[in-house]
Design a protein around this ligand. Sequence first.
Ligand SMILES: Nc1ncnc2c1ncn2[C@@H]1O[C@H](COP(=O)(O)OP(=O)(O)OP(=O)(O)O)[C@@H](O)[C@H]1O
Ligand SMILES: [Mg+2]
Length: 289
Amino acid sequence: MSSPNPIASPVRASNDPGPVRVIAVASGKGGVGKTSVSVNLAMSLQNAGQRTLLLDTDLGLANVDVMLGLSPRFTLSDVFAGRCELADTLLEGPNGLLVVPAASGKRHMTELTPAQHVGLVHAFSQLDVPVDVMIIDNAAGISDSVLTFCQAAQDVIVVVCDEPASVTDAYALIKVLSRERGVTRVQVLANQVGHPSEGRQLYDKLERVTAKFLDVTMNYLGAIPRDEWLRRAIQRQEAVVDAFPAAPASMAFREIAKRAEKWQTPNGPRGHVEFFMERLIPTTRSATA
Ligand SMILES: Nc1ncnc2c1ncn2[C@@H]1O[C@H](COP(=O)(O)OP(=O)(O)OP(=O)(O)O)[C@@H](O)[C@H]1O
Ligand SMILES: [Mg+2]
């Protein structure tokens, strides 16, 4: 076992935890901007005073730590291998943002056994850090893990961009979430748009087909412009909202964060990451059965 993580203890002692809001970011299709959205939304919320934890669940390609220039000592893979506790993986990012990194080039989350899923659930329920918001960056695709994380979150942001495969994959994701996982509300975020109207058009396209075939409430969250500053920020391993706060993408992310802050907070006796895990447990239990 490792030595205690210096971050975990002081955080634990400091504040009384309030209800935690869990937001999962997914897209179906790869490369549309899930990690960029997760990182910048998390950073915007943190900068606005919300204690935010960013969870990277993409064990295939761990981008969150790379995008933020962090060097993980331990990752989720080490937790599964029994080399450390979940608290040991916690990294402190810019402005105190908490990050749980995945691990590059290791097993994909889809390959996790039910026992490992349950292990993750328990590990989170023991993680005694007060957070207001938890953002989950998901892998591409509609694997069981992606669906499970989306199901456990109160809100799912589906990222789309102006490519036919992105819209059809987003639809496929929303369909499975609504029909098989009981998700009733989806937030749609258009990324890499050339013009704000493009985002609305993308949303309308998706909304038309979901309204026809699915029982799900769709909400248009807004659009992030295609922005060269965002690419530069990635090269600098910084969130664009920090590296270039005046960039068009940064302004858009701050707006989206303001909207997300207004979403209804969960009611819960303790409001911890625990509730999130409680929602995960029934699925993982049935997977073990
Ligand atoms: N708003 C944007 N403006 C310009 N480029 C962008 C924007 N969003 C994303 N990109 C580009 O797209 C690339 C992929 O973005 P990102 O890694 O966030 O996608 P992803 O959906 O997380 O991918 P994966 O499915 O592989 O996890 C980025 O490296 C960046 O170059
Ligand atoms: Mg990604």
